[in-house]
Design a protein around this ligand. Structure first.
Ligand code: HEC
Ligand code: HEC
Ligand code: HEC
Length: 350
């Protein structure tokens, strides 16, 4: 028995040395052009599937039925994922077809429905090591990753024109263009904020914050980081000069909620250190710091989302963002809905 163990140990050591010599001499197969042997491909894919399945245990999907979630995923998909995975009516580009492993053409492979919501979430958030599949740019925006999952679930059934509508909102914009997401005149919609008519100083500082990662968003960070500083300045002046029209309301306004929000915005809640929002955001304040954004007439879903991010902490932003994190820290979910409903009900610029 002892002798057998000795032999086994020596054989293993020799194999190890052999592998080291093989790799050091540069013989390890690394050509992407050669692809994998079928057995390697199956083994790696099996390892990936098992890894994703195990690691996505314990993740619980939120409700994903808001229709604008898929829209939000689609704009980013067109800019960041389509170049590897293709899209309805858009053939997979040539370069990723030469990758090993090859990125799947998702509109077809997802149709099999083999990946659960939780598994899709895990893959999109973390990416897959040893493949080109990247992780989500921001580690703090699970809400955005879920928006992408909402889109991926609809992807297999989308016609090319439905896909184009979701990704570019009926504009002629190309992938990553401001207009495709924020609207032709920057007017915004349920998925994306209005940027027309905001102060140029706030817009420029916000684009800088996205570019440097001081404001977290896996969708806006790559867009802003791809622009030079001069371009960010120019875009800020451009959108600041456009007329601020409120995005088309798509939800019924609850008058009671608006009234409760109005009261809280004017009075705050001193006992819980919630300040009066009007001190910084108006309405009815003539002098305002240019870095305190105009939130009147912004879409209620966007306002509520931002308030939740501030309340949780870590939303980031310009060098004034800490003021807002303090202001939102004590807000209850119901109060967030009321405040969002109130400010959304005001005309922009009030
Ligand atoms: C640079 C190329 C590249 C980009 C960009 C990319 N992916 Fe991937 N993706 C891959 C590769 C390669 C795989 C396959 C990994 C494997 O087979 O193990 C993959 C796998 C996936 C899978 C698992 C599919 C399956 O059937 O196993 C999903 C889902 C996915 N990607 C979604 C996305 C999304 C969403 C984006 C954009 C945020 C994205 N990918 C961006 C290369 C890319
Ligand atoms: C793929 C979609 C997409 C594209 C393209 C895009 N944006 Fe955005 N943008 C978003 C999303 C989503 C947000 C909200 C981010 C968040 O949740 O914090 C946002 C937020 C912003 C904000 C912050 C608004 C505020 O009230 O704080 C500005 C400013 C902005 N975008 C400017 C631009 C400009 C300028 C361009 C073109 C260079 C652009 N965006 C392109 C999706 C996009
Ligand atoms: C002391 C001043 C101050 C007070 C008080 C304040 N805010 Fe803010 N708020 C800011 C600043 C500054 C920002 C911009 C943060 C950044 O992105 O740098 C902001 C951002 C926001 C945003 C995000 C806007 C966007 O376009 O992304 C919302 C929503 C908001 N505030 C709502 C409120 C509400 C509701 C209240 C009352 C509970 C409130 N704020 C109280 C200063 C304030």
């Amino acid at each position: 028995m002892k002798r057998f163990l000795w032999h086994a140990a020596i054989t293993l050591a020799l194999l190890g040395v052999g592998a080291l010599v093989f790799i050091t001499a540069g013989f390890a197969p690394i050509s992407a052009a050669a692809g994998h042997w079928p057995v390697t491909r199956e083994l790696l894919h099996f390892a990936m599937e098992r890894g994703v399945s195990t690691r996505s245990l314990g993740i619980e999907a939120p409700a994903l039925d808001e229709p604008w979630l898929a829209r939000k995923g689609a704009g980013h998909y067109a800019a960041a994922c389509m170049p590897c995975h293709g899209a309805p009516g858009v053939a997979q580009p040539l370069v990723p077809r030469r990758m090993t492993p090859k990125p799947p053409f998702l509109p077809r492979t997802l149709a099999a429905g083999e990946m659960s919501r939780e598994e899709l979430f895990w893959v999109v958030k973390h990416g897959i090591k040893y493949t080109a599949m990247p992780a989500w740019t921001s580690e703090r925006r699970d809400d955005e990753v879920w928006a992408m999952v909402a889109f991926l679930e609809r992807l297999p059934e989308l016609s090319p024109s439905e896909y184009r509508w979701l990704a570019f909102g009926g504009t002629d914009a190309g992938p990553g263009d401001c207009a495709g997401c924020h609207g032709e005149r920057g007017e915004g919609n349920a998925a994306y904020p209005r940027i027309a008519g905001l102060d140029a100083a706030y817009l420029a500082a916000t684009l800088d914050a996205f570019a440097s990662g001081r404001r977290q968003s896996g969708i806006m960070q790559p867009v802003a980081a791809a622009l030079g500083e001069g371009e960010r300045q120019r875009l800020a002046s451009h959108f600041a000069a456009l007329d601020a029209t409120a995005p088309v309301a798509d939800a019924e306004v609850d008058a009671g909620s608006v009234e409760r929000g109005r009261r809280l915005a004017f009075q705050g809640a001193g006992m819980r250190r919630i300040p009066a929002c009007v001190e910084c955001h108006g309405p009815d304040r003539s002098e305002r710091n240019r870095m305190y954004p105009d939130i009147a007439g912004q879409h209620p879903d966007y306002l509520a989302l931002q308030l939740r991010l501030f309340a949780r902490g870590g939303r980031g932003g310009t060098r004034y963002a800490h003021l807002m994190e303090r202001a939102a820290a004590g807000l209850e979910p119901g109060e967030i809905r009321d405040l969002a409903a109130y400010y959304a009900s005001l005309p922009p610029g009030s």
